[in-house]
Design a protein around this ligand. Structure first.
Ligand code: COA
Length: 360
């Protein structure tokens, strides 16, 4: 029987147009552009005025067009997110409905910032096994919903956005060569949104807000991302010189720099866009991959490393052989609609809410 591989054949992104800059944040919390830039590498982030499924839909349409397939050919939608639009149904159902992907199954994957890599390893396996011919994998987040804009230690980091890839069966050797999926559930409470599930049913004090012990998360992220990356490179049988591009989760430039140092990669072999979007959790890698391909930084049959870390505490890495084609088959010109709300109007509900909590 001919070997069956799983190739990334399509890619796309969708970023909401409204920008929240470091100078904007200087007006609402005690911080500075200089502090945020030097500690995180972030200059600005996007705040969405549309539901997450609208961002997911556009990124997905772009990925499907780039793959050159019909929406009816998608067998499964895997929607990686930790900011679902509702508890029931999963956000993947909204995405499926908006896309009209009538032959697809749909499921959310929540591994927080590692969600895209978890979803990608699953998609690759399903395609290789023959359980699916084409998987549409989306990473989408509307983190501005969870961000407390009175907390300077978290509100500087996060933003909204979506990215997507199509993973398809292929006879060409491509796809995941080695992967590592990990978690330390005992440390889950150092990065979490407490009280918004069934843990305290009916609790009147339930607060939907992301809380984080930043420096502890930072230390663990540095170790886990670098260890997992090194491990998949070794398992793939690569030398460090064989890596064409590291496409890392964009949480903090210093975490990325530490992983790059461990893999002995110069800046030409690391993709960075954190300055523009901040941390968009499960969306960072598909957005970064799309931009890397568009910038000509992913060679045909190139060797890529995906590496991520996030709440849970999860981590994930994959050594990936990219496919032959690095040009899209088709391009979607549509954009998300313009916002008639300013950035202040978009974050005002959160700001009022958390400001009020603070005063209680
Ligand atoms: N502006 C100015 N000062 C700030 C600040 C801000 N936005 N946020 C925190 N500070 C202050 C702290 O209050 C602290 O002051 P103190 O020394 O007087 O107590 C000081 O800066 C150092 O804080 P610390 O948290 O140790 O800074 P850091 O170098 O660890 O950087 C983060 C903070 C949040 C940027 C960093 O810890 C980080 O990126 N952590 C990982 C976050 C992450 O990636 N989360 C998602 C995982 S997917």
């Amino acid at each position: 029987m001919m070997a069956r591989y799983a190739e990334i054949t399509g890619w796309g992104k969708a970023l909401p147009p409204v920008v929240l800059t470091n100078s904007d944040l200087e007006l609402i919390v005690d911080t500075s552009d200089q502090w945020i830039t030097s500690r995180s590498g972030i200059k600005e982030r996007r705040i969405s005025h549309v539901p997450a499924s609208d961002m997911a839909e556009l990124a997905a349409r772009r990925a499907v067009a780039a793959a050159g397939i019909a929406m009816e050919e998608v067998d499964l939608i895997v929607n990686a997110t930790c900011t679902p639009e509702s508890i029931i149904p999963a956000s993947a159902s909204y995405v499926q409905a908006k896309l009209g992907a009538v032959n697809a199954g749909a499921i959310d994957v929540n591994a927080n910032c590692s969600g895209f890599v978890y979803g990608y390893v699953m998609a690759d396996s399903l395609v290789r096994s023959g359980a699916a011919g084409a998987v549409l994998l989306v990473g989408v987040e509307r983190l501005s919903w969870l961000v407390d804009y009175t907390d300077r230690s978290t509100c500087i980091l996060f933003g909204d956005g979506a990215g997507a890839v199509v993973v398809q069966a292929s006879a060409t050797p491509a796809g995941v060569l080695a992967s590592e999926l990990g978690v330390d559930g005992t440390m889950a409470d150092i990065l979490c949104v407490p009280n918004d599930g069934t843990i305290e049913p009916g609790s009147a004090s339930s607060v939907t807000r992301l809380v984080m012990e930043g420096s502890d998360v930072f230390r663990r992220a540095v170790t886990a991302m670098a260890d997992a990356s090194e491990s998949v490179v070794r398992q793939a049988g690569w030398d460090l010189d064989d890596i064409d591009l590291l496409v890392p989760h964009q949480a903090n430039q210093r975490i990325i720099d530490a992983t790059a140092r461990r893999l002995k990669l110069d800046s030409a072999r690391v993709f960075l866009n954190i300055h523009a979007y901040g941390n968009t959790s499960a969306a960072t890698i598909p957005i970064a991959l799309t931009e890397a391909i568009e910038a000509g930084r992913v060679p045909s049959r190139g060797n890529l490393v995906f590496a991520a870390f996030g709440g849970g505490l999860t981590w994930a890495a994959a050594a990936v052989r990219f496919g032959e084609r690095v040009e899209p088959v088709g391009v979607i010109e549509d954009e998300l609609p313009k916002s008639d709300q300013t950035v202040w109007e978009l974050i005002q509900p959160n700001f009022d809410y958390y400001g009020r909590l603070e005063r209680q």
